[in-house]
Design a protein around this ligand. Structure first.
Ligand code: 2BA
Length: 107
């Protein structure tokens, strides 16, 4: 048995959990915070049989692929902020650890 630990963006985590659950993976979602950006992300714990790890990673990739999005830019101004040119930002992506499970116990 393996434990997949996947750190994903908060925005992707809902659809990703739903997709994993639909394919009969058991998932625990934990709110987490990246040490560098100090912004919220979500850590998923997925315990599964070794032969199902590859499919889980495919689903994670499908729902949290790193991609570019445009967000409205802002321009500073003494009295407030104006909408500026849209900014391209990178969103999504996943950091995945797959570890061996020595024991799996449910009481
Ligand atoms: P990523 O490398 O895609 O990492 C996204 C989040 O995944 C990280 O959030 C952290 O929560 C987790 N993570 C990544 N690698 C990990 C590891 N080896 N062990 C445990 N958790 C891990 P943040 O720490 O907030 O980092 C956000 C993004 O900032 C990173 O994206 C990376 O592009 C950049 N970054 C992180 N540390 C950096 C550093 N020391 N110098 C420059 N850029 C850094």
């Amino acid at each position: 048995m393996k434990l997949i630990i996947a750190i994903v963006s908060k925005d992707d985590s809902g659809a990703l959990s739903t997709a994993l659950t639909k394919e009969d993976y058991q998932v625990t979602r934990m709110a987490s915070t990246g040490g560098f950006l100090r912004s919220g992300n979500v850590t998923l714990l997925i315990g599964t049989q070794s032969d199902r790890v590859e499919r889980a990673i495919e689903i994670i990739n499908e729902f949290s692929r790193r991609r570019s999005e445009f967000v409205p830019g802002t321009t500073g101004y003494d009295m407030g902020r104006f909408a500026g040119a849209p900014l391209e930002v990178q969103v999504g992506g996943a950091t995945i650890f797959v570890v061996d499970v020595e024991q799996f116990i449910k009481l």
